[in-house]
Structures are given as C-alpha cells and as structure tokens.
Design a protein around this ligand. Structure first.
Ligand code: B12
Ligand code: SF4
Ligand code: SF4
Length: 387
C-alpha cells in the first residue's frame, strides 16, 4: 500500500483549517481505561454514559474497524470568552451577577464541531484518494479524544483534565481520522506543564477537581447543566449566570494566557442569551434555537430549568418582565419548571408571587413531589396547612 507522508497530511490539514495534527498507533489506551473504570467505580461519572458506557471500546481504537493501523488526531482552536466580563457567582465570595442574561460556554458559540468535522473529512478524503480506508471519529463514545491526542504528542493532560497544547492552550476541540494506512512520524510527548500550579483545583466554583486532577462530575457545572432531574440545590448559587457549559477552569489556567491565536481564523463569540426571552419561548422555538445543545431527553423544560436558576441568581428584583415570566413559570404544566420557578422567585425575594392559594395550585400534578419539596425548603405552607 502507498504510505502517505505526515508532512503532506499536515499541509492538507492546515489548508482545511485545522490548527495542528499528529499521528499515533491504535494500541489500547491502558491508562485512560484504568482512569475511566476507576472514576466509574467511585461514582464520579454521575451516571454519564459517553466513554463510561463501554470503557474497553472507548480505549481500544483498533475496534473502530478491522485493519485500522494509525490515528491522525487534530485540534481546532476556538475563541475564548472575553475575560473582562465578570461571569461567575462564586459561593465563596457571594458575588451576584448583574442582569438576566445567561452565559454560553465558548465551545458552542460557533460551529466548532462542524468546522472540525469538515477539516477531518478533508484529511480522510485525501487518504481515501490513495486507496486507504479512513473514518472520522470525533466527540464519539468510541474514542477517548483527550487521551489519544496526548499520546499523539499534541499536549499534556492538565490538572483540569483538559488537553493543554503547548502553543494553543486548551481552547480546542479534538477529533481523529482512523485509517488503515501505516503512517509514521510520532511526535515527542510534551512534558506536564502544570508544575506546582493548582488554580483549577482551588478555584473551581464547586470544588469539582481534586488535588490530582480527577473531576467529580457530580459537582461539575458543565455536567449538571446537562444532567436529568432537578438542578442540585447546593450548586444553584454557584451556577451564577452559566446557562450552558462552564469555562472557568480554562479561563483561570495560566497556560491559556500564553496561548496564541496561531491560526488567526478564530470566530467571534456571541455568548449571551436573554433569559426572559428564553422563558417566553415556545418548545418549538427553544428547540430551533438550542436544539444543537445536549439537552436531557431532548426536553425543553431542561432549558427552562437552567434559565430559572440563572434568573434566581440575577439581581432582577424590580423588573416587571421578570415578575411576568416567573408567574407564567409558576403555572407551567411541568413540575420541574414550577419547582425551579419557586426557587428563583424566592431567591429574588418575591414571596408575594407565591401566596397560599398559588402554593396550593403549584403542588397539583406533582407526582415526584419536587415542587412540594422546594416549598418545604423555604418553609412555605400550603393554604390548608396555614389554617
Ligand atoms: C464526558 C465528557 C465530559 C464530561 C466529563 C468531563 C471529564 N473531565 O471527564 C463533562 C460533561 C463534565 C464535560 C465537560 C467539558 N467538556 Co467534555 N467531554 C466528555 C467526553 C464525551 C468524554 C471524556 C471522558 O472520557 N471522560 C472520562 C474521564 C475519566 O476522562 P479524563 O478525566 O479526561 O481523564 C482522561 C485522561 O486524564 C487520561 N488519564 C487519566 N489518568 C491518567 C494518567 C496518565 C498517566 C495518563 C497518561 C493519562 C491519564 O485518561 C482519561 C480518559 O481519557 C469527551 C469526548 C470524548 N469522546 O473523549 C468530551 C471532551 C473531553 N470535552 C471537551 C470539552 C470542550 C468540555 C468542556 C470544556 C465544555 C464546557 N466548556 O463546558 C468541559 C470541561 C470540563 C472539564 N474540566 O473536563 C473536549 C475537550 C477538549 C480539550 N482541549 O481538552 C472533548 C475532548 C470533546 C471534543 N472532542 O473536543 N465533558
Ligand atoms: S467546568 Fe466549571 S465546574 Fe466543571 S470542573 Fe471546570 S471550573 Fe469546575
Ligand atoms: S490551572 Fe494550573 S494546574 Fe490547572 S490545568 Fe492550568 S496549569 Fe494545570
């Protein structure tokens, strides 16, 4: 078989907009397998599937197709958030956010994964043009992306668990082309550049990253915004104004301060969502606008749940529009929305929105008792109880 030259592949990748590409073999990723199993055994995966669903498969790239020999791993850089904007409400400092806007993590502000897929497809087409088999695999349960990227020499795995590229930092998405072409040219693995730094571990708003760089997804805001059920009460204040994703452990990472816009092609980000508009939107409108996000069970009530926590953390005490949407959410058919509307209203000091009669109707059709539980937390009595 014709053996492609890595330098030519790098040129194809560059022309296709990818920021860096390197090659590794298809041997199992044994350290990653041990790490995934260990996190799962300790319950740190918080019930997630992804690579946790089948750790053996996710760490055995040879299973992607029979005859696979090499993996070309690529990174694409995206634009980080504007750091001058305060975007967190940290329970340790009790800073509250200013306006009812929700912040969206940078990696979803433009079509990063679409651009990555297009770049990887160009590389795959190039290989196929010479008779090789090539399959694009990105953000897929079949491959632990960060580990395979680290093995290819694209960076080291930081304490925040991100792939830290020595020049690009961690504001990257990762994807691969698995091929049966025996491509040579393995890179040196960059050394662990975290050194004595501990910032991501000490400054994560919920303490989700431990001393040794192990992430507890039960505490990670990025996961809690995507998880089913109620948003855990103990992390609602810490959520601040984050509506989707969390960028804190990258924003505060000093490696990213030094990272440069090597490509010069990064796109502007539009990261703020108006919370009142979101809560006013129909199911169809919400799915049209945000349907590309990971939304539990594809149910728009989860977008409203998250928006209501953001609203509760805002300083919109005197805003009539806020009262209007809160009243409407208190009457929503979904108990999930009603219970978070109770939290938001009471956190904003709007107890008048939940008189005894309203409280009585709130708990109608509350099969799991989540609205009742929320009212109990605030010591709100139902009409019949206050007689
Ligand atoms: C599940 C998942 C999540 C979960 C859990 C994240 C986590 N840290 O485990 C949640 C929802 C919380 C999440 C959040 C985010 N994610 Co995510 N996520 C994934 C997914 C689907 C699987 C990750 C995984 O396998 N986790 C399992 C644990 C055990 O892995 P780990 O902690 O990273 O540990 C690995 C290494 O440390 C290594 N390892 C562990 N111990 C040791 C020891 C040694 C010696 C060695 C060498 C290796 C090693 O093995 C482990 C397994 O790969 C990948 C896509 C994919 N298919 O890989 C994207 C992915 C990791 N996410 C990504 C992104 C962008 C994010 C967010 C930044 C999004 C956001 N802004 O909200 C945050 C970052 C939060 C954080 N600090 O991780 C990118 C990361 C890009 C990068 N440059 O690193 C990925 C790769 C998606 C992609 N294809 O681009 N994510
Ligand atoms: S994404 Fe946010 S909550 Fe999750 S570990 Fe990083 S800083 Fe902590
Ligand atoms: S904040 Fe510090 S410890 Fe955490 S990943 Fe960045 S350099 Fe490493």
């Amino acid at each position: 078989m014709w053996v492609p030259d890595l330098e030519n592949i790098k040129q194809v990748a560059k022309n296709a907009g990818l920021d860096d590409i390197a090659v590794t073999g298809v041997e199992p990723l044994m350290e990653a397998r041990a790490a995934i199993k260990d996190r799962k055994r300790q319950g740190l995966h918080a019930g997630m599937n992804f690579t946790y669903g089948n750790p053996e498969r996710a760490t055995d790239p040879a299973q992607i197709f029979e005859g696979a020999q090499s993996i070309l791993v690529a990174v694409l850089r995206y634009k980080p958030p504007a750091v001058e904007e305060p975007q967190t409400s940290n329970p340790r400092t009790e800073v509250r956010v200013e306006s009812p806007k929700g912040i969206v993590a940078s990696y979803v502000c433009s079509d990063e994964y679409g651009m990555l897929r297009r770049g990887l497809t160009a590389v795959a087409n190039y290989l196929e043009g010479f008779g090789a088999r090539a399959e694009v695999v990105m953000d897929d349960n079949r491959l632990a992306d960060r580990s395979v990227a680290a093995r290819a020499g694209l960076g080291w795995l930081g304490r925040n668990t991100m792939l830290l590229h020595p020049e690009l930092g961690s504001w990257t998405v990762i994807g691969s082309v698995v091929t049966d072409a025996p491509i040579q040219g393995r890179a040196e693995n960059p050394h662990d550049g975290c050194g004595t730094c501990r910032r991501c571990s000490t400054d994560c708003p919920t303490g989700a990253i431990d001393e040794f760089g192990v992430l507890d997804a039960n505490k990670c805001l990025a996961w809690l915004l995507q998880a089913k059920g109620i948003f855990p009460r103990e992390y609602r204040t810490a959520l601040g104004d984050r509506l989707y994703g969390c960028d804190d452990c990258q924003v505060l990472c000093p490696i990213n301060d030094e990272a440069m816009d090597v490509s010069g092609t990064i796109l502007p980000r539009d990261s703020k969502v108006d919370i009142v508009t979101l809560l006013d939107s129909s199911d169809e409108e919400l799915m049209r606008q945000f349907g590309h996000w990971y939304i539990p069970r594809r149910r728009p009530e989860y977008l409203r749940r998250n928006a209501l926590v953001v609203l509760g953390n805002s300083q919109s005490h005197d805003d009539r529009e806020v009262d209007r949407v809160l009243k409407s959410c208190l009457m929503a058919s979904e108990p999930l929305v009603r219970s978070h509307a109770v939290w938001a209203a009471l956190r904003l000091g709007k107890k008048h929105l939940i008189g005894p009669d309203v409280a009585e109707s709130l708990v109608e059709h509350d099969p799991d008792g989540i609205v009742r539980a929320e009212l109990d937390e605030w010591g709100i009595l139902l009409g019949s109880e206050s007689q």
